[in-house]
Write a protein that binds this ligand. Structure first.
Ligand code: BGC
Length: 357
């Protein structure tokens, strides 16, 4: 269904305690998808699309106002940097030097720390072409922030074209530094998070996953998914998987594991598909990253009132975080995430939506 024009509108979303304005950008595709973004955390605020009865509805979790995002402990829709996931004991060594990072998850460093990129105001540059609209978010992270070396210049470009939202990450540095960027959107294709994700079917194109230790970081081994609850090589209903009596699922309280796609591909490859039968909606994820961290929202606890006052209960949404492997700086067998001066970090992830027309 094509209806109307590709559009982009900009408005004030709220004001930060220091008086700076935060903007909301709404991208509308002629195919009926509407994506809202904001420059606090370079965040995906909202995605609305039709269902199989052509009823528009939310498919991601979010808050109604900036206030919700300022106090959000769950990283709803946010860009995560410098390093996604946990860094064990908040430290790593590079070239004989020890780097101590901020601890914001017990003894560990999570999602870039307190001053992570989900909690800063980015510069924003909206754009339109004949067939697409989008926003480029830019940020320069200073040497020493959260204990990381180097000034890092980053851009995250979102482009809505047809039924696909592209996220393009680019970064450079002036000192060698670890970098692993992702987006932390929680999907719920059924009702945007009013109920849980149990009715969704998930496919992940991964023959191996990384089991986690008690510290919630990979224990360094690679396990085949075959004959385990982690086998999503065929679409599987989440309700049937998340509470199976498997020690890894029980440790995480559900899925919170890194699935290995393949050695960093140079063209975007199919990573995962999420489908929901009653709404007829589905999401295909393509990426140039070598892994997807699949997190079934196990820590959501109803404490945060989301859109329209909905309390986001445990497993109200699922994150499919395309990225490198967590805790890579401390894991010699994992692909390196160190970015060197003179090299451009570039990755792309595509979310292609459909609704069973
Ligand atoms: C991680 C979880 C973490 C959550 C925080 C996810 O990306 O995998 O372990 O608790 O983010 O919202």
């Amino acid at each position: 269904m094509m209806d109307g024009q590709q559009r982009l509108t900009t408005s004030v979303f709220g004001t930060l305690p220091d008086g700076k304005e935060v903007h909301r950008f709404v991208l509308t595709s002629p195919y009926g998808i509407e994506v809202s973004l904001c420059n606090w955390g370079a965040t995906v605020l909202q995605i609305q699309m039709p269902d199989c009865n052509q009823e528009m509805g939310d498919v991601v979790l979010g808050y109604d106002s900036l206030e919700g995002y300022l106090h959000d402990p769950f990283y709803l829709g946010a860009t995560i940097g410098r390093v996604a996931g946990r860094i064990k004991e908040a430290r790593f060594w590079k070239s004989g030097k020890r780097y101590q990072l901020g601890r914001n998850a017990g003894l560990h460093h999570l999602h870039g720390g307190e001053k992570g990129w989900s909690r800063i105001l980015w510069d924003a540059y909206p754009f339109e072409t004949n067939h697409s609209s989008g926003v480029v978010f830019r940020y320069i992270c200073k040497d020493g922030t959260e204990g990381y070396p180097g000034n890092v210049t980053t851009s995250v470009r979102y482009t809505l074209c047809g039924k696909t939202l592209q996220i393009h990450y680019e970064a450079t540095t002036d000192q060698e530094t670890p970098l692993n960027l992702t987006n932390h959107t929680y999907f719920n294709l059924k009702d945007g998070g009013k109920t849980g994700i149990e009715s969704h079917k998930l496919f992940i194109r991964a023959s191996h996953y990384l089991p986690m230790s008690e510290a919630y970081v990979p224990d360094g081994s690679f396990l085949p998914v075959y004959n385990t609850p982690f086998d999503f090589m065929k679409p599987r209903k989440l309700a049937k998987k998340m509470d199976l009596p498997d020690p890894q699922l029980q440790r995480a309280g559900g899925l919170d594991h890194c699935f290995i796609l393949e050695e960093e591909p140079y063209v975007p490859c199919m990573a995962a598909t999420l489908r929901e039968k009653t709404s007829g909606r589905s999401l295909d994820v393509f990426t140039t990253y070598p892994a997807v961290q699949c997190y079934s929202g196990n820590f959501l606890d109803g404490s945060q009132k989301g859109r329209g006052g909905t309390p986001y209960i445990r497993r109200a949404g699922i994150c499919l975080e395309t990225q490198y492997f967590p805790d890579s700086p401390n894991q010699p067998l994992f692909p390196s995430i160190f970015l060197l001066p003179g090299v451009v970090y570039q990755h792309q992830t595509f979310w292609r939506f459909s609704w069973g027309e």
